[in-house]
Design a protein around this ligand. Structure first.
Ligand SMILES: Nc1ncnc2c1ncn2[C@@H]1O[C@H](COP(=O)(O)OP(=O)(O)OP(=O)(O)O)[C@@H](O)[C@H]1O
Length: 272
């Protein structure tokens, strides 16, 4: 484990995310529809689902950037709209589209975010975050000189320079090559082991196996929420893509028989 994480090992983590009957609409579009969710303690939760299923909306709601149309959300037991700056500093956010400055170097970008959060011992924190994403050799390169994967890693360093224990990462591995993706997931697991709760949205269902639990969304509704291996066992499939399709079939069949929700015979509990 890196020195970075050794310095932040927590003894008891009180990280949590809950949603209760949470819905969010944009005009006629219901982006999130009556979502109930309880996530307690350090873990990696993958958020998967087709385009437009509500992944980004979920993350933006948890940040307090969007208010619910109905229901409520809590992050570390506080409504995201009521988070004070100290509580907000416990949360790290990596947006889907890079939020780094092209004309600044890697170090300058990460330092900028460290300043925003009022990080103490800033220089060391910036170095640690850059080391964590393995960009030590490109510290002084301008963002315009970096590859796409390196830009994603810079963005990740900006999201965690203030040492948050709740990380909301919107498609952090998109456009990143397989080798780098594997090393990012190793880093995520290290952070989880150091006490962080991470919510990671992804299009790559295959990489959701790196998560402790996977939240499958479809049309803004929770299709299922369980451990990856439980999905495979319950659907008799060997990869999550097939499991997701099997769940979709099952849901469609259940809807056809008029019950609207899976019955008691369904092997996968829809929401735990
Ligand atoms: N600001 C907005 N105004 C209007 N509609 C929105 C807005 N944000 C999201 N939506 C709609 O809400 C739905 C969910 O969008 P969201 O971006 O959360 O999906 P997603 O699962 O993250 O999609 P993708 O995988 O394509 O990133 C979509 O139908 C989208 O068009």
């Amino acid at each position: 484990m890196s020195a970075y994480l050794q310095t932040r090992m927590t003894t008891a983590s009180d990280v949590s995310i809950t949603l209760d009957g949470f819905s969010r609409s944009f005009g006629a579009i219901t982006a999130l529809d009556d979502v109930d969710l309880t996530i307690d303690g350090p873990q990696i939760v993958g958020v998967a689902g087709p385009n437009g299923s509500g992944k980004t909306t979920l993350i933006r709601c948890l940040l307090g950037l969007l208010r619910p149309s109905n229901g409520s959300a809590r992050v570390n037991d506080t409504d995201p709209a009521d988070l004070r700056s100290t509580e907000r500093a416990r949360i790290g956010y990596m947006p889907q589209h890079e939020a780094v400055y092209n004309d600044l170097t890697v170090r300058e970008n990460v330092d900028f975010f460290a300043r925003l959060y009022g990080v103490r011992d800033r220089e060391a924190a910036v170095e640690r975050a850059i080391e964590f994403v393995d960009l030590g050799e490109r510290t002084d390169a301008a963002v315009t000189e970096l590859s796409g994967g390196m830009v994603r890693r810079t963005s990740l360093a900006c999201a965690l320079v203030h040492d948050p224990d709740v990380l909301l990462l919107d498609e952090p591995t998109v456009g990143v090559d397989p080798e780098l993706r594997a090393s990012m997931w190793t880093s995520f697991r290290e952070r989880r082991d150091a006490g962080a709760l991470m919510m990671v949205s992804t299009h790559y269902l295959g990489e959701a196996t790196n998560c402790d639990r996977v939240l499958f969304l479809r049309d803004g509704r929770v299709l299922a929420f369980d451990a990856p291996e439980s999905f495979l066992d319950a659907t008799g499939t060997t990869d999550l893509e097939d499991a997701f399709l099997a769940l979709l079939d099952r849901r469609t069949a259940t809807n056809r028989d008029g019950t609207g929700t899976p019955g008691a015979d369904d092997a996968v509990e829809v929401v735990r």
